[in-house]
Design a protein around this ligand. Structure first.
Ligand code: NAD
Length: 254
């Protein structure tokens, strides 16, 4: 086994679909205890039943829902070792058309959702440490859009750069306070999920001509991102904090 996550208690948000579903499934298959959550109640119940993990309806913008989700991890498995703050939505509107309410709704899911989740996860990790330095790993699913740009994606770019820098800031803060809670961002490039599929012309996902800007020549699979997340959960990444892992087939350098 490359990255050992056996026995770790992992909470994954946005786990009914795409990158979150791949992360929750692979984490479970590799021996972690998984609480998989999503705002889409029926989808997360179906997913949890098929993946043998605990599934919860959870809107990441709601602090009470976060208490419930972290409480479920403690109730079922006794603790929380890792949070993967992954839930997300996208918006492809030019700045001039982007209504303030939609801008706020998008940044709320990504930025406020991750903020509330981190606050509550850190509190739980400290509480269970029983006076010793707290341990844990928090991963925010940002995007290559944290560091580069494209047309008609300003709200998403704002949200993703905020997530990536929040991971840096909180990682530095927790380390300086003597915790061993690591905080990192993962920055995926174009990944085969419903979120991206909905924005592409029909057939583009599997058309190599659409991906000539990606040095590796294709959209990546959700599992490619999940493997990076599992590494950041594992103790094999024990000195990695306050940074970003880019998984994009080289796309952001072209
Ligand atoms: P997806 O649409 O397949 O999955 C996102 C999930 O988040 C859905 O199941 C959805 O129901 C859930 N969700 C949305 N709002 C929520 C809320 N308020 N509370 C809880 N759950 C909520 O998309 P994906 O591509 O797997 O996206 C996962 C993450 O990866 C997102 O943060 C996205 O921005 C990021 N990302 C995706 C790509 C890509 O190309 N697919 C690239 C970079 C980053």
């Amino acid at each position: 086994m490359m990255f050992d996550i056996r026995g770790k208690v992992v909470l994954v948000t946005g786990a009914a679909s795409g990158i979150g579903a791949a992360t929750a499934r692979l984490a479970h298959e590799r021996g972690a205890f998984v609480v998989a959550t999503d705002i889409d109640g029926p989808a997360i119940q179906d997913f949890a039943a098929s993946s043998l993990c605990v599934g919860l309806t959870h809107d990441v913008t709601d602090p009470d829902d976060w208490d419930h989700a972290i409480g479920a991890a403690v109730h079922h498995f006794g603790r929380l070792d890792a949070l993967v703050s992954n839930a997300g939505i996208v918006n492809y509107e030019p700045i001039i058309d982007l209504d303030l309410a939609r801008f706020r709704a998008l940044t709320r899911v990504h930025v406020e959702g991750s903020f509330i989740g981190m606050q509550k996860a850190v509190a739980q990790m400290r509480q269970q440490a029983d006076g010793k330095p707290a341990t844990g790993s928090i991963i925010l699913t940002a995007s290559v859009m944290a560091n580069c740009a494209a047309p008609a994606i300003s709200a998403y770019a704002v949200a993703k750069s905020a997530m990536a820098n929040m991971a840096r800031a909180v990682g530095v803060e927790l380390g300086r306070k003597g915790d061993m809670i690591r905080v990192n961002a993962i920055c995926p490039g174009p990944t085969r999920t419903p979120l991206l599929e909905g924005a592409l012309p029909a057939g583009a996902m599997d058309d190599p001509a659409h991906w000539t800007d990606v040095p590796l020549g294709a959209a990546q699979e959700p599992e490619d991102i999940a493997e990076g997340i599992l590494f950041m959960i594992s103790d094999e990444s024990s000195f990695m904090t306050a940074t970003q892992m880019v998984v994009d087939g080289g796309w952001s350098l072209t």
